[in-house]
Design a binder for this molecule. Structure first.
Ligand SMILES: [Zn+2]
Length: 471
């Protein structure tokens, strides 16, 4: 199809090559010297989006320095809190000193016997392998269509830079509450610790996301390579075709294959507040517009689509939390006690911590499904996964619907199963003896599962529509 006798392009005909709209690249990022890595890495926890591109552009030595500095803080503070030495949390010098001293003591105690050295080494290697796996998972999150090698390095370095974010964890240790003078808090220390842990998880995730939100690497990779203009319907090369003509292969108007034909949803153009207002309508559009993938720009306004996706995860988590709170309020007995055999009995645990925990799990699950889908497309399209990102982000509207309707119908099934009992046992040969309430719960699960399945089919259809997307 790469015609050897292509006529020279005129304003009326399509050229031989097109380039994609490139993402904003942070020009001339500062490379952080390794000696400055510790203070800069702490600063990055406060302003991840601003510093992220500069950290990604810095060398490996600086990234490892930040990583080891973070580990020192975790180790030192963790030890210090358990021994009760860490007194003044508001004195930065005391915090730094106790972190270093705690690590030195911990190392001294760990390294006196070879068995302990072996254990420490194994823990360290295991931790680094775990980080390697997480950095692979970040590929789908951070990619802008750069070359895989550049992407891999950026993900791994930014993850190393984020280590000081873990140092907050030991500060949440339950031991801390014993030192607190508030009696009420001491009684609730289990619930408060879990709540703080949940807040930490959400905060750390947002730091990771914001660290990679801007790109500062070289302009190399599929995103910057010229490509042949193709008919979006059948993939026929449109080089040399007139703009007002039709595709010689399938007859689709050439105009409908031009890059400008695709536009981001209105959600992308709206202001921050406007996006809030337009969010419900965008959800409806992503679900009900059959040709969403044919009109939606896939290379532009990715940030807006990411925001939509994160909004879906947050809303899904909130909906799940609300449903669990209602469930607990209705039956005066905790879901966790049912599932895990007892988590907390006091009101804070039942009405705040437990719903928050379930909400976080559901929100993270939605995030994982979206990212997993993107990873799969990256694997199968070798670095071109960035193209599918925008469509997948908007298609997560289906997940939100599945969670809301599925959760509500499950709650309804539970109410019915309890209101009109006792249910009889049924004898049916192929399955044996079973309780008929199980059928009611299965019926309650069906709407959520059905919507999930429909959503997958719909998303798959939309992704087929962008196979040859030009814009
Ligand atoms: Zn065609």
């Amino acid at each position: 199809m790469s015609g050897t006798s292509t006529p020279p392009p005129t304003p009326d005909t399509l050229p031989e090559h097109w380039t994609l709209p490139a993402p904003d690249v942070v020009e001339r990022p500062w490379r952080i010297p390794w000696l400055l890595a510790p203070p800069v890495s702490l600063l990055a926890m406060l302003t991840p989006k601003r510093l992220g591109p500069h950290l990604a552009a810095s060398g490996w030595l600086a990234a490892w320095t930040a990583h080891l500095f973070g580990l020192v803080l975790v180790l030192g503070w963790g030890r210090d809190l358990n021994s009760g030495h860490l007194r003044d949390l508001l004195d930065p010098l005391h915090l730094l000193r106790s972190g270093l001293a705690g690590t030195a003591l911990q190392l001294y105690q760990s390294l006196v016997s070879w068995t302990d050295v072996g254990i420490a080494a194994a823990v360290f290697v295991g931790l680094e392998l775990g980080l390697l796996v997480i950095s692979l998972a970040l590929w789908a999150v951070y990619t802008v269509g750069e070359a895989p090698r550049i992407l891999a390095g950026r993900c791994a370095r930014l993850l190393l830079w984020s280590t000081p974010g873990w140092a907050v964890l030991p500060l949440l240790a339950p031991r801390l509450y014993n030192a607190l003078p508030w009696d009420n808090l001491q009684r609730l220390q289990g619930s408060v610790s879990v709540l703080l842990l949940l807040i930490w998880i959400v905060w750390y995730l947002s730091v990771i996301l914001r660290l990679g939100a801007r790109y500062s690497g070289p302009r190399r990779g599929p995103r910057w390579e010229p490509f042949h203009p193709r008919c979006e319907e059948c993939g026929y090369s449109l080089t040399g075709q007139r703009r007002d003509g039709r595709c010689p292969e399938c007859g689709r108007e050439v105009v409908r294959s031009l890059p400008d034909y695709r536009q981001p949803p209105r959600f992308a153009d709206a202001s921050w507040f406007g996006r809030l207002l337009i969010f419900p309508r965008t959800i409806l559009a992503a679900i009900f517009v059959p040709d969403f993938g044919r009109a939606c720009a896939v290379w532009k306004a990715r940030d807006a689509s990411e925001q939509f996706f994160h909004g879906v995860c947050i809303l899904g988590g909130l909906a799940a939390a609300l449903l669990v709170g209602l469930w607990n309020a209705g039956y005066r007995y905790s879901l966790m006690r049912l599932l895990l055999g007892g988590f907390s009995r006091e009101p804070l645990g039942m009405y705040v911590v437990e719903p928050a925990l379930v909400g976080l799990v559901i929100g993270l699950l939605l995030l994982a499904i979206g990212w997993g889908e993107r990873s799969m497309h990256m694997l199968f399209h070798r670095g071109h996964g960035a193209k599918q990102t925008v469509i997948i982000n908007y298609m997560t509207a289906w997940l939100l619907t599945a969670v809301v309707i599925g959760g509500a119908s499950l709650l309804l099934a539970d109410c019915i199963a309890r209101a009109w009992g006792p249910w009889p046992w049924i004898e049916w040969q192929p399955l044996g003896r079973f309780h008929i309430a199980i059928l009611i719960y299965l019926l309650g699960l069906a709407p959520g599962a059905g919507i999930g399945l429909l959503g997958m089919m719909h998303a798959w259809r939309q992704l087929r529509m962008i196979r040859y997307a030009n814009g």
